[in-house]
Design a protein around this ligand. Structure first.
Ligand SMILES: Cc1ncc(COP(=O)(O)O)c(C=O)c1O
Length: 432
């Protein structure tokens, strides 16, 4: 880490990789990652979500090696791999009539918003407090905000253009009232509503029945482009994304992360009528470009990942392990006497240190942030990696086993007992 610090600001290449204790990873295989000191961890961080099959998954790596023997980046026309991948996405994702490939979720959401502004001729967009859609100015705001900042513009970065951010309206996730008000306050001015169909950047907050349906109806009646940002949910919860599960079809969808099991690959897809405005089509007037878009290694990785997901066993396995983990954690936390709520969907899970119900970001302000982080730091000492940063979700991959879950639950119980014991000692000494 000292060597990293010498040449990289903070020693890491994305801000949320800077954790305490610091980690320098030298290998990753299946459900396990190993650091430079030889410590192994059962990995639930999954690189923020891409690792759905497991690290270094052979079927994906094999396909990548094969394609490397045949073709690398050519950057002209298209390739058989890009055609096949776009077809697969159209086959599975309900909103996908046409697809454009890029390399990160941020690029996909950027293009989605630009397209929405172009087709509507409007400027404003609605996002929800607690949702993250990437690092660009229009959306890099109001994710994990402090209590004082909720209800105000809360940019993630200095240097962002306030003129851009002023066009973004922030509503509460699950708040039909907020969206209704924003739409009523700015009639004919809203280009897009962008939303994570499950608010996964604050752990796992599910949409209340009727919320996504309302967004669909409001978008239809007001001529707004509805964008589901399925960068986390797409492929992780099902081949058709969460839209297939909830039955609400957006106009545009962004995909990334689990799509290629750890190789950089992302997509923007949606209705032909909208997608044809990109200048990849003759006469299109919305700029779309990227030197590495649709690169063969990423396409091969995505195709191999999707083929493994299509074989059926993956979702059954990861959903069952998710259920086993959530059930186990609920039992452990209630035995510990520490106020906690276990949440999650499918292969994702999280323990919030607070009582429920949890329906919005504001509810999560009651989470005991210090306990949340120290619990995870203690788990790292026991060989379990859940990112020790507030509200970050955990992921299970196809390579995790029942034994991994049970070992994890044991470690969680040990740590919680320690913490409960320490808490009791502190309150006893305070009462003396
Ligand atoms: C829902 C969602 N959208 C977009 C992004 C941005 O993706 P990337 O980090 O690949 O740019 C993320 C990243 O965490 C995300 O969670």
């Amino acid at each position: 880490m000292e060597a990293a610090l010498a040449s990289t600001p903070g020693g890491v290449n994305t801000s949320l990789r800077r954790i305490s204790p610091p980690l320098v990873i030298v290998s990753a295989q299946g459900a396990t990652i190993t650091d430079a000191d030889g410590n192994s961890y059962i990995d639930y961080h999954a690189a923020f979500g891409p690792i759905i099959l497991g690290h270094n998954f052979e079927a994906v790596n094999r396909r990548v090696r094969e394609v490397m023997q045949r073709v690398d980046l050519v950057g002209v026309g298209t390739t058989d791999l890009e055609i096949e991948l776009a077809r697969k996405i159209c086959q599975h994702v309900p909103s996908a009539e046409a697809v454009l490939l890029c390399n990160s979720g941020s690029e996909a959401t950027y293009h989605a918003l630009r397209l929405a502004r172009a087709v509507t001729g409007r400027k404003k967009v609605i996002k929800c407090q607690g949702c993250y859609h990437g690092w660009h100015d229009a959306v890099a705001m109001n994710v994990i905000s402090s209590a004082e900042k909720v209800g105000q513009w809360d940019p993630l970065s200095r240097g962002s253009l306030t003129q851009v951010q002023a066009e973004t309206l922030v509503c509460g996730f699950n708040s039909i009232e907020d969206v209704k008000k924003a739409v009523a306050d700015y009639p004919g001015e809203i280009a897009a509503i962008i939303v994570e169909p499950i608010a996964h950047n604050i752990g796992c907050v599910l949409p209340k029945p009727g919320f996504l349906e309302y967004l669909r109806r409001a978008s239809d009646s007001e001529g707004i482009v509805l964008i589901f940002d399925e960068v986390v949910t797409g492929f992780r919860h099902g081949l058709g994304g969460y839209q297939k599960i909830c039955g609400v079809t957006p106009d545009l969808t962004t995909l990334g992360k689990a799509m290629a099991n750890g190789f950089p690959m992302a997509a923007l897809c949606g209705k032909h009528k909208l997608m044809e405005r990109f200048n990849t089509s003759p006469g299109g007037d919305v700029f779309f470009a990227g030197t590495f878009n649709g690169y063969p290694v990423g396409c091969a990785a995505a195709l191999a990942t999707i083929e493994v997901l299509e074989t059926g066993g993956v979702y059954k396995h990861i959903f069952e392990l998710g259920e086993r983990m959530r059930r186990g954690l609920s039992e452990i936390t209630s035995r510990s006497g520490i106020p906690a709520t276990v949440a999650g969907y499918g292969s994702t899970f999280i323990t919030y240190f607070m009582e429920g119900p949890i329906e919005s970001y504001v509810d999560l302000l009651r989470n005991d942030q210090e306990l949340f982080t120290s619990y995870r730091q203690a788990l790292m000492k026991r060989g379990v990696l859940k990112l020790p940063l507030n509200l970050k979700r955990n992921h299970i991959s196809f390579s995790h086993t029942n034994a991994d879950i049970d070992r994890t639950l044991e470690a969680c119980e040990d740590v919680l007992n320690d913490l409960a014991c320490r808490g009791r000692l502190v309150s006893q000494s305070e009462n003396k």
